[in-house]
Design a protein around this ligand. Structure first.
Ligand code: ZN
Ligand code: ZN
Length: 304
């Protein structure tokens, strides 16, 4: 989604007790800022007990954490492998033309899934380069700011990277400002995304043994027909709890999940631009039973 990930102050949720579940978080393996090890440390320190790392188009953060010699995970913290696929949804009349599908519990060793993600990353890299060229042509060059990045790394480059470079170059006052004026849809640096559609993303996640969850879909109450179509394609879950949702949105999206029989999920969608992890989890409420439901679905192989 865009960068406005927090609910407006008036409707912001105050967790009734410390939140111990976060099934949506990013690291610097995609467009977040923290190293995977720093994210799990911050989550554990904040009292989280179930964390899904859901970087865009890559499982490398999770793989690094469990690699031989990586050291133990913080005690008391379960880490789930996850991914987020920004699926192309042209023609569906959606903001930004995308549906974001989070895959929870995908098998990091699934070869076909990794191949699909690698293709996504390659498309992402090409888009990134085209956007940097468009910014350059518009007099908003950020090549000096990007020079320190290793663009050949296995990272999923994203618009936030360009937005941060625009801030560093003095063209924008914040990442949000950079999105609004330069790299958001219609901006001088914008290039449309290419890649998997929502049905393909859902099938790829199912094929890797994961639970596909539609993320931060606040318009769910008015898009039930679309949700049913996606369920027919294999969609299992709906993000009912998200840091950008106010209480009314949580209630409305939760009612849709109950009506349609979608598994509720939720998380911070933490990236690290605006606040610490502790602050982000402190204003996100994900009930403990959300993790129980997702883990149970993975265990009984609902999605096998
Ligand atoms: Zn998203
Ligand atoms: Zn996300």
């Amino acid at each position: 989604m865009g960068r406005g990930r927090r609910a407006p102050a008036a409707g912001r949720i105050v967790p009734p007790e410390p939140t111990v579940v976060d099934l949506h978080a990013h690291t610097c393996r995609s467009d977040g800022l923290l190293e995977p090890s720093a994210l799990v440390a911050a989550a554990a320190a904040a009292g989280v007990r179930t964390l899904a790392i859901t970087d865009h188009d890559t499982l490398s953060g999770y793989r690094d954490l469990v690699a031989p010699g990586a050291g133990p995970l913080p005690p008391g913290l379960d880490v789930l492998p996850g991914v987020e696929i920004n699926a192309m949804a042209g023609g569906l009349n959606l903001p930004d033309g995308e549906l974001h599908v989070v895959g929870l519990g995908v098998d990091p060793a699934d070869v076909a899934f990794e191949a699909a993600l690698a293709e996504q990353r390659e498309r992402r890299r090409r888009r990134f380069e085209r956007m940097a060229a468009r910014l350059r042509a518009a007099g908003l060059g950020v090549d000096a700011q990007l020079a320190g990045l290793d663009l050949t790394r296995d990272d999923a480059l994203g618009r936030p990277t360009l937005a941060r470079a625009l801030v560093a170059a003095g063209f924008a006052t914040s990442v949000q400002d950079a999105f609004a004026r330069f790299v958001g849809r219609g901006g001088p640096g914008y290039v449309p995304r290419e890649g998997l559609g929502p049905v393909e993303a859902i099938r790829a996640i199912r094929g890797a043994g994961g639970i596909p969850v539609l993320a931060h879909f606040s318009v769910a109450p008015s898009r039930r027909v679309l949700l049913r179509e996606l369920m027919n394609a294999g969609l299992v879950g709906l993000e009912v709890h998200h840091r950008s949702f106010d209480a009314a949105t949580v209630a409305a999206v939760g009612a849709v999940a109950r009506d349609l029989g979608l598994l509720p999920s939720g998380g911070t969608d933490y990236h690290g631009d605006d606040e610490t992890y502790a602050e982000a989890i402190g204003e996100t409420w994900v009930p403990p039973e959300i993790a129980a439901g997702v883990l149970a679905a993975l265990q009984v192989g609902v999605v096998a």
